[in-house]
Design a protein around this ligand. Sequence first.
Ligand SMILES: *Cc1c(COP(=O)(O)O)cnc(C)c1O
Length: 430
Amino acid sequence: MSNWPSLIEFDQRHVWHPYAKTPNPIAAIGVKKTQGSIITLADDREVVDGMSSWWAAVHGYNHPKISQAMHVQIDTMPHIMFGGLTHEPAIELAKRLIKITPAGLDKVFLADSGSISMEVAIKVALQYWISLELPQKNRLLSVRNGYHGDTFATMAISDPENGMHSLFKDILTQHFFAPAPEAGFDKESDNHDIQALESLLQAHHTEIAAVTIEPIVQGAGGMRFYRPAYLKKLRQLCTQYDVLLIADEIATGFGRTGKLFACEWADISPDILCVGKALTGGTMTMAAMLCTSQISDTISAGTPGLLMHGPTFMGNPLACSASIASIDLLLDSPWQSRVEEIETHLKSSLNFLSTLPGVEEIRVLGAIGVVQLERADLGPEIQAAALNNGVWVRPFGKLIYIMPAFNIPHNQLQQLTDGMSKAIQTALNK
Ligand SMILES: *Cc1c(COP(=O)(O)O)cnc(C)c1O
């Protein structure tokens, strides 16, 4: 038997967790195992998972089809370098990604995490203009409330206020920021947001390589939803001003918003697309960048003619095999009706919270439910109360949000929304 108290104590003293201190004044909660949408904690409590391990585990945990594909791959070839060598898992994954992503994206770069795929996207965009002998087009235009990763290039295009700009202001590249798209998926808008973006493009397009944006849902930068018409107009403006469009679908990809890719809401194709998180069904770290042949041909015809990137674990066969299994599982499942059912349930079970004092707004899109509070300091209390009610949520500032697995059984989904709502009510009533 594991001695959990001493393990946790070691963890607290020596192990860094995401956005945390070490030594850590807040002990992480020990986890023993997972199955479907159930997480078994160190003390044998079973809780319903509301987070899908940050958008990733869309089929729940330990899905037998993904596990089986990984078992076969691990016994055959868990890893092999990708320089000069290739393998079926990478090729089969690339085929699927090209087929299911928006039209025109037919070149694939397999990266090892979401942030790295965005780094590659940025590098591709800059190298494209260098190849066209327009190296002055070397800045990016992003929107506020965006989140694109934790590496230096991606921090520089994430929200300048709630991101890490002030901490690293002398090191981060200065880019252009347009206001965030106006909040509201269904909202009629006066288009002030898109006009502000157009003014920036008009004034600076000769310096701008690409616009970077999360389509329809801004994730870690505020869990905000915006209208498809904005994205459609943005696509037109990028073409008009000769600027590339980079769509970051690391959070939204693979069905989460109710479309396989959120770009489909606006019926657009970006020039460059990044996917990650749910790519492997939440089992392994892997991401991908896709771009058009026009971009890759231009880079290949320029100097040095090579895309200057190649991580050690590029195209890892084990992660590729998990990705293939996860994509096939998704496409063979009634994912669209499952996501619709979750959306209906989230709306009917969370909307009543909007009448409570202290709640700013409830928003639901696809299999994403967000409760925005007025106060930002209730998160830890709500997380603890939710755990006591048998559910795992990880609030972020004012935002208490859930993104369950698409195949979560109905009774567990009910338990999840009940446990979360009661935890919020308890915290607000204090
Ligand atoms: C999570 C996320 C990233 C970063 O991915 P990592 O795998 O954590 O590096 C980038 N963009 C978006 C939209 C994300 O949600």
